[in-house]
Design a protein around this ligand. Structure first.
Ligand code: FAD
Ligand code: NAG
Ligand code: NAG
Ligand code: NAG
Ligand code: NAG
Ligand code: NAG
Ligand code: NAG
Ligand code: NAG
Ligand code: NAG
Length: 535
């Protein structure tokens, strides 16, 4: 969003000065000091003749042990988790789902699982196919390396499965990547390796190569010597916070204010950002160059809508004047359904978490071509469901179909990995597998519910609207079941069987119908079990 003309700025400055307070002005205003916003804040403010403001309702959490800990889950459901709730999900037992998101300098990187694994080459190349020339794996790969400071696993960590190839890593970037110190005993690794190999899932020597299929132990965004999380504040803000041209503002970015550009097509240009402080008072910050919106997937659309950019029917119902009718705002929300199974067993003390990434071919076996066909044939129905939900005529159904078709190609033509399965072995006889569908076809939405409720997105992920998503989860669950009941795992860990959610009956060798009912009615985020860390 380009700067407006000087006359408009002067007029506004004069007006505001007349009413008591002069406007503070910045070249760039970044809305959201999260995972991505702080990267941009750091890089822009490298140039000391450029001024940068960052607006964030969360605060500095560098001393919060729930953040610094490398144990996953500690920050969930604490004051640094927005913890939004979805609306009721009719295809998932009418339940509501917790939508975790970080509220802190560092955003969701202060509460996430820290897993540092890149996607498949074809996924990045698909960005280019969607109409973004130059955005592909080959052009992005050097930046992955540039941002990374990789600490290679020790010999014993390698024995535990943490293998790597140097050419896929950077060693001098700001983001520390490595393995927890507690990972030091590889005595159980051969059992995991042999079991996966028996199921025809090969060992992947480096999960960050862009070829993701297989299993391995991925690195995490942490300092492996100090054993602390490397959230984006630690990596990108702390080294830059002394800069005189970078300023943090505590508050919520409510909306962008606009002026008509004098040049070109006379389109809108951003004049500034209205910030709401904790007391509910509004201040206007003026912008000279650009506003960067990085409020996260669930909040960025809300800022746009409050600024008059979105589906004009939705804006009208909110009492907001439409500045740009852009019906895609808040649409195409994708939530990966997740589930977990726990097993009872008995195993010697060892702490490790292995990732397995499987393709549609791995999941559906002999049924692959049937699944491929049914899925392709369903694309128009799913696209129509997404389009209709946002009001008739608002969305271009063919554009949604195109995105779903590209995803279909990823899954069935380019062998992109379709599910992720975590194998967690932790002290206290914890044997568990958490698993996700990586490419659900259900498309949801997130919108502002009321003009004043900036902190309460109306989130509708439409979980399991597409049967494919549930079938993927069932197939992944069966892989999990097979893993824990296969040798040598079964005997070595004395696995006796799954421990299913108390009030739900899932018989052994359950049928498709039983599995579908089970997943739709019990699927949820796992409890924060000690994923990779002994208690
Ligand atoms: C539980 C969980 C586990 C995850 N595990 C992993 C993992 O292991 N590996 C991985 O790669 N990814 C993981 N992810 C995903 C990853 O963390 C996110 O994709 C990523 O952090 C999103 O970054 P972001 O910059 O888009 O948003 P965020 O990091 O969420 O930043 C948005 C920021 O904007 C602020 N904000 C919101 N509204 C406003 C407003 N109106 N004005 C100003 N500021 C605002 C928020 O407070 C927040 O600080 C996980 C996510 C979750 C929820
Ligand atoms: C720094 O910013 C100034 C002002 O925008 C610009 O003129 C200059 O080219 C920038 N320097 C670099 C190295 O980008
Ligand atoms: C964090 O702790 C250090 C050391 O005790 C202290 O100097 C610093 O002020 C604290 N910072 C914050 C933001 O709490
Ligand atoms: C950290 O998490 C614990 C347990 O959920 C909670 O009781 C505590 O208040 C949290 N600490 C902070 C600083 O939020
Ligand atoms: C979900 O709620 C709707 C509307 O209240 C109801 O018709 C439907 O039967 C419910 N479904 C389940 C699985 O409870
Ligand atoms: C590693 O763990 C095994 C149990 O899995 C245990 O028998 C062995 O003593 C441990 N080795 C070290 C070096 O701690
Ligand atoms: C193939 O489909 C049939 C019928 O739905 C099902 O019983 C079987 O388990 C499927 N096989 C695989 C490998 O998914
Ligand atoms: C995808 O995998 C199949 C085997 O399952 C193979 O025949 C095909 O060549 C692969 N395609 C690509 C693009 O890697
Ligand atoms: C599942 O079926 C297999 C044979 O296909 C059998 O060996 C096993 O005992 C069954 N498991 C349960 C829990 O019924």
């Amino acid at each position: 969003m380009k700067s407006t003309s000087l006359t408009v700025l002067l007029a506004l400055a004069l007006r505001t000065c007349a009413s008591g307070a002069c406007l503070e002005s910045f070249d760039y205003i970044i809305i959201g000091a999260g995972t991505s916003g702080l990267v941009v804040a750091n890089r822009l403010s490298e140039n000391l003749s450029v001024t940068v403001a960052v607006i964030e309702p969360g605060t500095d959490q560098r001393n919060n042990s729930n953040v610094t800990s490398t144990e996953f889950g500690k920050g969930l459901d604490t004051p640094i988790d927005w913890n939004y709730a979805s609306i009721r999900q009719p295809n998932a037992g009418n339940r509501t789902f917790a939508m975790h998101a970080g509220k802190a300098w560092g955003g969701t990187s202060t509460i996430n699982g820290m897993t540092y694994i890149r996607g498949n080459v074809a996924e990045f190349d698909a960005w280019e196919k969607l109409g973004n020339p130059g955005w592909n794996w080959k052009s992005i790969f050097p930046y992955f390396k540039r941002s990374e400071k990789y600490t290679a696993p020790t010999k014993s960590q390698q024995a535990a499965g943490a293998t790597y190839e140097s050419r896929y890593h950077g060693f001098t970037g700001p983001l520390h990547v490595g393995y927890i110190p507690a990972l030091k005993n590889g005595s159980f690794a051969p059992v995991v390796i042999k079991t996966w190999e028996r199921l025809s899932i090969p060992h992947n020597p480096d999960l960050n190569s862009g070829s993701v299929r297989g299993f391995g132990m991925g690195p995490q965004t942490l300092d492996s010597e100090l054993d602390i999380r490397y959230d984006s504040a630690r990596a990108y803000l702390h080294p830059a916070e002394h800069r005189p041209n970078l300023k943090m503002f505590k508050g919520t970015g409510k909306r962008i204010t606009w002026a008509r550009g004098k040049s070109g097509d006379g389109g809108l240009v951003a004049l500034g950002v209205e910030v709401i402080n904790d007391g509910g008072e509004a201040t206007l910050l003026r912008v000279e160059k650009e506003v960067v919106l990085s409020a996260g997937a669930l909040r960025t659309p809300l800022v746009l809508e409050a600024s008059g950019v979105g589906n004009s029917n939705i804006l009208k119902s909110l009492g907001i004047e439409t500045r740009i009718n852009l019906p895609g705002v808040g649409e195409n929300l994708v939530e990966q359904p997740s589930h977990f199974l726990m097993y009872s067993g008995d195993l010697p003390s060892a702490a490790s978490a292995y990732h397995a990434y499987v393709t549609a071919a791995d999941l559906f076996g002999a049924n692959l071509s049937a699944v491929e066909e049914v899925t392709r044939a369903s694309i128009p129905t799913w696209a129509r469901a997404a389009a209709d939900a946002s009001g008739p005529g608002s969305l271009d159904v063919h554009a949604i179909e195109k995105v779903l078709q590209i995803q279909h190609d990823l899954l069935f033509k380019y062998n992109a990995t379709a599910a992720e399965i975590l194998v967690v072995i932790a002290p206290g006889n914890i044997l568990a597998s958490n698993y996700w569908a990586l490419f659900p076809f259900s498309r949801g939405s997130v919108h502002l519910g009321l003009r004043s409720k900036l902190d309460e997105p109306v989130v509708d992920p439409r979980i399991f609207l597409a049967d494919f998503d549930a079938s993927t989860m069932v197939a992944a669950a069966r892989v999990v079941e097979k893993f824990w009941s296969s040798e040598p795992m079964k005997t070595q860990a004395s696995v006796t069987g799954p421990v299913v959610s108390g009030d739900f009956d899932l018989p052994g060798n359950a049928t498709d119908a039983q599995w579908h009912a089970y997943l739709r009615n019990t699927g949820k985020q796992p409890p924060p079990f000690p994923a990779t860390h002994p208690p």
